[in-house]
Design a protein around this ligand. Structure first.
Ligand code: XMP
Length: 317
């Protein structure tokens, strides 16, 4: 019978044998999979695991600092890399969703390649690939999978010549969470909603600017914070906010305003392949909407997305 305890024991032992004194480099995303994979490798080889966590400027509010600190607390040998400007530059002027994804994927590879070169004699690339990624092999840009899905971007970066180690590639998500729990990883990390690799870039419809990112981060923090405060976070599979490229008329005092519209999105799902919009309580939506409009400058209208997947997708881009 499969148990998380025996999986951890066997995997750590196996990794130790396989990796010996070799050095491993891994990109972490703050998500469940890469965190659990890194923790296993770390248990096996300690400081010979070199972790890289990239700030692409498209993460949730304060997320880079918070996640970096929790990685440091876990004892991981982790380097935080501020690459915000690199990503914003690559995204400037782009509006097509696939073009944005490609620019992000390529920027990520550039940064990762540059950082991996700074580590001497690294032999392995660790990845948080899980079993569904193996069978699906869809294009995902998250650090765990980006590296594979962008082979075609202008020749192979050097780090792709590394040997691959993927300790979770036989597990399903719930098993990964069980392993993470056994490893003592913070439940807040293990219980996190999925978050797309391209981050807020695919929730800002149209062109990305640092100003729009800042607005969306504020709105998103109010929505997600509200879900936690109302104990609704665990009832939904994923939640986020879309910043629409639309201005609408509003009124503030005796002035007319002409500002942005945001769409709240929350879904229930098993695996993200199909999803239903979450039937969140009206009182909750009312409170969140008021708070957003009162506190976030530049937003004067909030709508709630009541579309299911299919035919609507979870993200709007
Ligand atoms: P959709 O929008 O297709 O999303 O219903 C299904 C799940 O996949 C995530 N998603 C992505 N994840 N790179 C990722 O790493 C992407 O380009 C991407 N697009 C969508 C989405 O957040 C949801 O969990």
């Amino acid at each position: 019978d499969w148990t998380a305890e025996s999986f951890v024991e066997q995997t750590v032992q196996h990794l130790r044998q396989r990796l010996g004194n070799d050095r491993v480099v891994m990109a972490l995303s703050g998500g469940v999979d890469s965190t659990v994979a890194a923790t296993l490798v770390h248990q096996a080889i300690g400081p010979n695991l070199f972790c890289i966590f990239v700030d692409n400027g498209l993460l949730r509010k304060d997320e880079f600092e918070e996640v970096l600190h929790s990685y440091q607390d876990m004892g991981l040998n982790i380097k935080g890399v501020d690459a915000k400007e690199h990503f914003y530059k690559a995204l400037a002027g782009l509006t097509d969703p696939e073009a944005k994804r490609k620019a992000i994927g390529k920027s990520f590879i550039d940064i990762f390649d540059q950082e991996a070169h700074l580590i001497e004699e690294v032999k392995w690339l660790g990845q948080g690939t899980i079993y569904p990624d193996v069978i699906e092999s869809v294009s995902i840009n998250g650090p765990s999978a980006t590296i594979k899905s962008h082979h075609n971007v202008g020749g192979l970066p050097d780090f792709m010549k590394l040997k691959i180690v993927e300790p979770l590639n036989t597990l399903f998500k719930d098993e990964v969470r069980a392993v993470g729990k056994t490893l003592g990883i913070d439940p807040k990390i293990l219980g996190r909603h999925p978050f797309p690799g391209p981050g807020l870039a695919i929730r800002i419809l149209g062109e990305i600017t640092p100003e729009k990112v800042a607005i969306l981060q504020q709105v998103d923090a109010i929505f997600i914070g509200g879900l936690r405060k109302w104990n609704l976070y665990e009832d939904v599979w994923q939640a986020g906010v879309m910043l629409l490229p639309v201005q609408s008329v509003g009124v503030m005092g005796d002035e007319r305003t002409y500002e942005s519209v945001v769409a709240l999105r929350a879904v229930t799902s098993i695996d993200g392949m199909t999803a239903d919009w979450a039937h969140l309580p009206y009182v909750f939506l009312a409170e969140v909407s008021n708070e957003i409009i009162n506190r976030v400058k530049g937003v004067n209208r909030v709508v709630y997305d009541i579309s299911s997947k299919p035919p609507a997708t979870i993200e709007w881009e």
